[in-house]
Design a protein around this ligand. Structure first.
Ligand code: ADP
Length: 280
């Protein structure tokens, strides 16, 4: 089937991809560091490569892998991980993307517990720019969390688009497992996702950034998290955090989704408070 279709710019050849070493373990298989040679000009760039063997994957996983490639190829933003293409003519499939030199954001935060508050403010602003861009498409990411962002070249980059959906709302299967600690109350109750449930998850991720990558709601089991969050409980933010930032994050996890700001509101508020300007 692939051979009968016209060649797309995002179709890569295995022979132009060189695997160098392992970076980590992903849901579909190993994630490798490697080099991609461009067909035109012969230039080479360092890349990250998600490998997948179709025979090892479930139907749902194949759908997620292909869906991730399809959705990523439309993005072009400094705070969204860049997609180079897919090599799919033979196994294993390769999904090739920008290499983020510092890896997953949660592990970067754990390894660097001495980042300044200013640095963390900058990180949450960068994530806000990336998510604002995605919401402008519009797509709902549906799995915003520090483990699903990468860090490289002093930039937070949003990644992991396996659950991303086009549009502004999405009714998920209520029986599917979901990452409770990052979920808005309407998702916990009814699995209704929207741009505003990404805003909630963004608030939880901001908490992760300020707490050096610690798992949210420490010491609580997921069932307790669900019950307490529905009851109105919210985590504390650092005492020395700028009160306006605290207030802004507080609005992002408001019970009523209409009280939650849009990501465009969040980024413009953060720019005003931190005096950090948007890169062009
Ligand atoms: P999946 O979403 O397929 O489960 P992940 O995206 O979580 O896989 O990747 C697994 C690990 O590989 C990450 O935790 C990170 O350490 C590493 N990794 C993934 N993508 C990149 C990348 N673009 N640059 C650097 N490291 C990456």
């Amino acid at each position: 089937l692939l051979k009968s279709l016209p060649r797309q710019t995002w179709e890569l050849d295995h022979e132009n991809i060189e695997i160098v070493r392992k970076l980590g373990e992903g849901a579909f298989g190993e994630v490798m560091m490697g080099k991609l040679k461009f067909r035109k000009g012969g230039k080479t760039v360092n890349v990250a490569i998600k490998q997948a063997k179709l025979s090892n994957l479930t139907k749902d996983q194949i759908k997620e892998f292909m869906g991730e490639a399809r959705v990523m190829r439309q993005f072009n933003h400094p705070h969204v991980v860049r997609f180079y293409g897919v090599a799919a003519t033979t196994e294993p499939l390769y999904m090739v993307m920008e290499l983020a030199s510092n890896g997953a954001l949660d592990s970067y935060l754990k390894k660097n517990p001495d980042l300044s508050l200013d640095k963390k403010n900058e990180m949450i602003l960068q994530a806000a720019w990336g998510l604002e861009y995605l919401h402008g498409k519009p797509v709902i990411h549906r799995d915003i969390a520090a483990r699903n962002c990468l860090y490289g070249d002093n930039r937070v980059k949003i990644s992991d688009f396996g659950l991303t959906r086009h549009g502004v709302s999405y009714q998920a299967d209520p029986n599917k497992k979901a990452p409770i600690r990052w979920l808005a109350t309407e998702v916990i109750r009814q699995r209704i996702f929207s741009l505003k449930t990404d805003v909630w998850a963004y608030a939880v991720m901001s908490w992760e950034i300020y707490n050096n990558g610690v798992e949210p709601y420490p010491g609580m089991m997921v069932a307790e998290v669900a019950q307490r969050v529905i009851g109105g409980y919210r985590m504390d933010l650092p005492v020395d955090l700028h009160p306006e930032i605290k207030n802004l994050i507080g609005k992002c996890w408001a019970e009523n989704e209409h009280e939650r700001p849009s990501m465009a509101d969040v980024s413009s508020e953060l720019q005003r408070i931190t005096l950090i300007q948007r890169p062009d």
